[in-house]
Each structure stands twice: as C-alpha cells, then as structure tokens.
Design a protein around this ligand. Structure first.
Ligand code: FES
Length: 161
C-alpha cells in the first residue's frame, strides 16, 4: 500500500501505541496521509482505521467534517475563501467573483493546470481582517481584488522554479 512511506507509518504506529486515546489522533494520521499525495484516498481512510483500531466509518466522519482534509484530488494550492458573516458582509462575495474570474473556475473546482483549488470555508478566525482567505493554510486578510491578484501571483511563483 503506497499510502504512507514505511518511516512515517512506523512513526505513526509508535505514536498511536504510546497515546492513551488513539482515536484522538485521527486528524494527525489523516494529515500525514494527505501530505504524501495531497489528498486522502479510500485506501488512506482504511489505513488510518487500521492504525487507530477504529472503523473506516469513524475515520470518514472526521475526514468529511474537517474541511482541510481532502477526499478528492486537489490542486497544489488550496484556497479557502471564508463565507461566514463578517467576510460576507464586507465584500467577500466580490472577492469570490474576482477569484472565479481570475482562475476561471467556480467554487469546488481546480484550475486546469492543477495549481489552485477554490473552496468555501467557515470563519477562519480572522474576522477583524475580513474579507479573508487562506492558501494552503496561510492566512490572508483585508482582501481586495488587487491584493488577490498579488497573492495568486506570489503563491504561483512559490511553486514555479
Ligand atoms: S467571518 Fe471570515 S474570518 Fe471570521
């Protein structure tokens, strides 16, 4: 099974053995799996369940609840645009339209070059900086269309040689 490399698998197994409540490590295990391929396949859910000695359904419940775990392939950079009340009322909808126009995708889609996936998210805890988004968990606030263009450029440059 190519879900995890041997080293990471044995490190996780050791942590699970030493931890009093292994089921609390579900997110840690899913994140480790996600780091390898960028998302968590069905085999990844099975492996997490075996490691943690819980059912695949219990793993799936966490995986689908936690919106930073991806159960489908995503782009190299995942944009989470906040759609909660502060961001929505402070121009979030315009930022969404701008992102969709710039990236030529809609929410839930990935750009054809595999660079960006655009997803909605609930409050990022940055309401004072609304509207806000994160790109691969890096937070950006006080968004304007110009700021979004600059951020996309910088994020794209970071992965291009
Ligand atoms: S409502 Fe958007 S960060 Fe809180």
């Amino acid at each position: 099974m190519d879900v995890l490399d041997e080293k990471t698998l044995s490190e996780l197994a050791a942590r699970v053995r030493a931890y009093p409540y292994p089921r609390e490590m579900v997110v840690d295990v899913l994140r480790a799996i996600q780091e390898r391929r960028g998302w968590v396949s069905d085999e990844g859910v099975e492996l997490a369940a075996q490691l943690l000695r819980i059912s695949p359904l219990e793993v799936e419940e966490v995986a689908t609840f936690y919106d930073k775990i991806y159960r489908r392939p995503v782009g190299r950079k995942v944009i989470h645009l906040c759609d909660s009340v502060c961001c929505f009322s402070r121009g979030g909808e315009d930022i969404l339209k701008h992102l969709e126009k710039r990236l030529q995708i809609t929410l839930g889609q990935t750009t054809p070059d595999g660079m960006f996936t655009l997803l909605p998210t609930c409050c990022l805890g940055a309401c004072g900086q609304a509207p806000a988004m994160s790109v691969n968990l890096r937070l950006y606030g006080h968004l304007t269309p110009e700021a979004v263009d600059r951020i996309l450029e910088e994020e794209r440059r970071e992965v291009s040689p």
